[in-house]
Design a protein around this ligand. Sequence first.
Ligand code: LMR
Length: 392
Amino acid sequence: MLDRLDQQPPDALLALIKLYDADPRDDKIDLGVGVYRTSEGGTPVFACIKAAEAKLVAEQDTKAYLGPEGDMGFVHALMPHIFAGDDPSFGGRIDGMQTPGGTGAVRLAVAMAKKAGVTRILMGTPSWPNHAQILADTGVEMVGFEHAAADGTANMDALRDALRSAGPSDAVLLHGCCHNPTGVDYSDAQWDEIAGLLVETGVLPIIDLAYQGLGKGMEEDAYGTRKVVASVAEALIAYSCDKNFGLYRDRVGAFYVLGANAAVTAKAMSNGYALARANWSMPPDHGASAVRMALTDPAMTKQWTEELDSMRARIRQVREKLAAASNAGGVNLVPLGQQQGMFAMLPLSKEQILALREDHGVYMAGSGRINVAGLTMGNIDKFVDALAAVSG
Ligand code: LMR
């Protein structure tokens, strides 16, 4: 029976990790999968997480099951950072649950939207490739629109048209900040307009907030999410701590529901628990417990904020140095200075991407996406030269 299955290709982005690891060249550059790297090229565990983990080992007295909602102390500790305000639960209209990474949260959001009657999800393209895979696997139709205009800013005309041609049984998947893969974010004024359009059209927003703190700052990066949540009756929010707490393989995420009232939210959450139970039963505990400890201990929270600040500053420094190089061969690097977060798209052909890998040891996604955090002050020149060599 199993021979009826078709062979599936490995996930192209994750396959790059192995290709890079197998390359013996000392000066190879990894701009593939989205993990933050220090100026020495490493991805160390945050000091605040090490401290939280030590406390966890000393204090945790059981690993007995929680429920499908996971660690609610973690879920609540994050809420003031995401939603802010005196009451981040909006009088019970917002509630959440822990998920295995941001992917688990996106999966729950899409599955819940489908269960509630959504058949189409509008999505700016290009997007994180797994978004389309989740939509396809969940059986929801994806309606694409162009995310970034030719000038390297968000294509508001395309978003406006997409929203105005949709209605209350449709949803739209928006990146809260640090757009993956383009780095092209909405300005605050654009978010204000988007919130108005969502109210006008009744389209359900699903916001994927996977990089809070890696763009302009924790507060600034939450502007769009907060604006939308303050404007609309209902929204679904997928959150990831994998990047801003450096917990990638521990899979730490959360899923939040904003309902029209507390009773609607409670009913929606009961569906979230049922979906989680049928998928993964309950999320892995360790990383979320460490985040809860870090966010409920003022000294550790301060340490985390400083660590995140320094990551953001380094990403900004790399972006500025790339923008200052202005172009490499035919590739215009100037817009990278205005864009946010870890990613940028370079207009390269498959052949150029392959030549960068084979001839220069520069690894990037097949789409032309680079993880700018993979660059350091020590290897940017080599990268720019390699880019010029393949695209000149
Ligand atoms: C990325 O886009 O590189 C990250 O979100 C990692 C992943 O799971 O794809």
